[in-house]
Design a protein around this ligand. Sequence first.
Ligand code: GLP
Length: 241
Amino acid sequence: MNIIRAKDYQDMSRKAANIISAQIIMKPDCVLGLATGSTPVGTYRQLIEWYEKGDLDFSRVSTVNLDEYRGLAHTDPQSYYYFMQENLFDHVNIDKTATHVPDGTNPDAADACAKHEQIIKSLGGIDLQLLGLGNNGHIGFNEPGAAFEKETHLVDLAESTIRANARFFTSIDEVPKQAYTMGIRTIMQAKKILVVVSGESKADIVSRAFFGPVTPEVPASILQMHPDVTVVCDEAALSMS
Ligand code: GLP
């Protein structure tokens, strides 16, 4: 596990975007696994800036997203589908038919999850998976206690995740209680993994996830077992490690 110390959020975003750019330049038709949440927003912003300067070409890139709330329409600003259009896809020359977010509008969980997993397989797997880190150590929506061997599946969100994500909704009651998420197994099958973490509020979970024992109680700790993981943390996030 390669842990890179960044000065602050901006520096973290630039360093992470550098790694993603290198992947696109080395393999223009690569498959990127993408994440939502507030942490990767700066990384996407940096990628857009480099695209606008003419330094990056997304025309042959395919993407698969980690997770999606169950039951939100694509037009719902809180859906991860919408997030991805807003924060990346609308601003670069990506072929939108090559972008895949789990279909939260499909009420048939088994079908939605099997389709997502099938897409990943048909693309030949994920070259580089970007991840944020939940306050309780979740990755995607794999909550503490999740079985490590799962592929894309339906999850009930932890109370702490619903509370943490309530900041994006007008009230906590509007936060969906379920989501479709790539499983730990899907994530671990990615060839490379890039984790971005920022801020003092993540310092405790960073020390438990990347410097503590590997346990399902801290889902991100399994990443210690992956052969090619880079974690880019800002100083605040590393302050307890
Ligand atoms: C959500 C997402 C995760 C993300 C986490 C942390 O729960 N499903 O993929 O990593 O939030 O979000 P943030 O980066 O806003 O702290």
